[in-house]
Write a protein that binds this ligand. Structure first.
Ligand code: FES
Length: 121
């Protein structure tokens, strides 16, 4: 039996996690990540792309130092964004044209330490 084709062409996971104010990093959810992700989801639907591109909310993705963040699969490309315009650029450049929005890319794994970013104050 052959493996089924991917259900979606691309999957975006948005961290929408929120921590209380006792933490050094309060989470992507404090940067309106949830509202911006929902706006992008609406655009994906308006453009008739929701059968091939799925937008999902997620908990902490453990790259909090770049908050707010989104990861795009299947490539596993990470972005930090600050506006609806940034997300539209990711949709149009990455998901439609197939290029990268280099100004929003997160560094490679080897270029930053993991952890130590959401300790209590
Ligand atoms: S709170 Fe968003 S990546 Fe950790």
């Amino acid at each position: 039996m052959s493996e089924p084709a991917p259900y979606y062409r691309a999957h975006l996971f948005f961290c929408t996690h929120k921590r209380d104010e006792d933490y050094q990093r309060r989470g992507c959810g404090h940067f309106d990540a949830d509202a911006m992700a929902k706006s992008l989801k609406a655009v994906v639907k308006e453009r008739g792309l929701s059968k091939e591109i799925r937008v999902n909310m997620a908990g902490c993705l453990h790259r909090c130092r770049h908050e707010p963040v989104v990861v795009v699969y299947p490539e596993g490309v990470w972005y930090s964004f600050g506006s609806d315009a940034d997300l539209l650029e990711i949709l149009e450049t990455h998901l439609i044209v197939g290029k990268r929005v280099t100004r929003l890319l997160l560094p490679d794994r080897g270029e930053e330490p993991l952890g130590q970013h959401h300790k209590p104050r």
